[in-house]
Design a protein around this ligand. Structure first.
Ligand code: HEC
Length: 443
């Protein structure tokens, strides 16, 4: 049969017009119209050339072969990687990576419909991402007031996860209030810098090095962190900074790599009135579930840690920290005055592959009355079902090595007095009442 005949047979077939008109009016989403926008917003920050995502998602041709896997990972909320429960605890977070259920459903419906492209005219313009190696907060705040670098490290092209933990001088001579802090990996090593944390180290009265506050934490896609107005997180003068950089070789060697942290300070004169501020700290609270424990081979375990304060506090952020057997953590508060226990935050699908600080939206930070108990619960899975588990035959106890276990949370706590606590509580009540009123249509 000649080419012309085939074409002729095709053209006279009634099936063709029927199909194409069905396609035009079809209710299913297309890549060009809906899906490309969702991928731009939620995935491309990591899934583009040179970033940590193992494949690039910048065009239909790149996305299409992965469509079934994308549907699975998105429906299971494994991608984007952000392990914070949707149905329990405070849901108002800053820099929240969780996708809306509507967007997830759109991706799934698109894949179920055979991942159609749609019409090229519907494609959005390519999304611009900030230049690698530049401060993201600079657009708003200008260059940082102070920077601290990790010591140089040769990142190899190939190999296993690497942890680099140098201690450097902070170069800080004056104890000031942090306005914002951002960690910046080098542009060359952006694809291999999985995360980078930094902590202050200060001398105690006996002249020993002790762990001080967390300074900053980096995970790709993160914008930096601002300390809420009215809270003062002080940098310790004459301190050291301990780095904890997690490199994951991505095929490209980067000699002499350095990670930098930038600090912006509150201006003590105009913007910030020190007398009216609450001191804030960002510490590892509730260390190791409050004691010794051993996780049995092929077994599971739960531990709890408790903490209370003799004054009211506000919790500004929460970041679970466990190692390879850790799979879930929750943050709760028990108030002995009322007998009530409440879940503040939970990460049920946690994995040590991803480090996230969950920062509560202003006005939604949990307010904890004096004497209430903050409860941290950690769950561990030492069975072969835990994909992070390197060896289910081992007993695992608490310790410093990656293969030991840990369970604490980095928690930013603003320390309030009773008056400030009551004021914040009254503001919340007022907001809640007015939102109820507007739901009722009463105002
Ligand atoms: C913060 C960075 C980041 C973001 C944002 C992100 N990914 Fe990923 N993605 C990764 C990394 C790193 C891996 C490889 C390691 C892993 O699987 O966890 C990966 C792996 C994947 C895989 C392969 C999983 C497998 O089983 O092999 C898929 C599919 C995927 N991502 C889809 C997505 C989609 C779709 C989005 C957006 C809705 C997204 N990712 C957002 C970093 C990211």
């Amino acid at each position: 049969m000649s080419y012309k005949n085939v074409l002729g047979a095709f053209l006279v077939s009634a099936v063709v017009p029927a199909l194409s008109s069905a396609q035009e009016s079809a209710p299913h989403p297309t890549y060009a119209k809906e899906v490309s926008r969702i991928i731009q917003e939620n995935c491309q920050i990591c899934h583009q050339p040179g970033q940590i995502g193992p494949m690039s998602f910048t065009s239909y041709e790149e996305v299409r072969p992965w469509a079934p896997l994308i549907s699975m990972r998105v429906a299971a909320r494994e991608m984007p990687p952000y392990h914070y429960d949707n149905h329990v605890g405070v849901q108002d977070l800053k820099n929240d990576w969780r996708m809306s259920q509507e967007d997830i459903d759109t991706i799934v419906a698109w894949v179920n419909a055979g991942s159609p492209f749609g019409n090229a005219e519907d494609l959005p313009p390519p999304k611009q991402f900030p230049n690698m190696g530049e401060w993201r907060l600079a657009a708003e705040l200008g260059p940082p007031d102070h920077t601290i670098k990790s010591t140089a490290w040769d990142v190899p092209a190939e190999g296993q996860d690497l942890w680099w933990k140098p201690i450097v001088d902070s170069g800080i001579t004056e104890s000031r209030c942090i306005k914002a802090v951002e960690t910046l990996p080098s542009a060359a090593a952006i694809g291999s810098t999985h995360h980078a944390n930094s902590h202050f180290k200060v001398l105690n009265e006996d002249g020993e090095w002790v762990n001080g506050d967390r300074l900053s934490e980096f995970a790709i896609g993160k914008l930096g962190e601002k300390v809420p107005e009215g809270a003062c997180r002080r940098v310790p003068a004459n301190s050291k900074v301990e780095w904890e950089v997690h490199y994951f070789p991505d095929g490209k060697a980067v000699p002499n790599d350095q990670v930098t942290v930038g600090i912006w300070y509150y201006d003590e004169e105009d913007e910030f009135v020190e007398e009216e501020s609450f001191p804030q700290d960002l510490r590892a609270y509730l260390l190791d579930g409050g004691g010794d424990y051993m996780i049995p081979p092929h077994g599971t375990l739960m531990t709890q840690g408790f903490r209370s304060f003799d004054h009211p506090v506000r919790i500004d952020s929460w970041q679970p920290h466990m190692h390879l057997r850790g799979v879930a953590m929750s943050l709760e508060v028990f108030d002995p005055q009322t007998g009530r226990k409440e879940v503040l935050s939970q990460a049920s699908n946690w994995t040590s592959a991803w480090n996230h600080s969950h920062t509560y939206e202003d006005g939604y930070q949990p307010l904890i009355p004096a004497g209430a108990t903050i409860i941290l619960t950690a769950w561990y899975d030492n069975t072969a079902d835990n994909p992070m588990n390197p060896d289910p035959d081992q007993w695992v106890g608490a310790g410093q090595r990656t293969t030991d276990e840990m369970s604490h949370a980095w928690i930013a706590v603003s320390h309030l007095d009773q008056e400030a606590y009551e004021k914040l509580l009254a503001e919340r009540k007022e907001r809640e009442n007015s939102s109820v009123a507007s739901l009722d249509g009463a105002d």
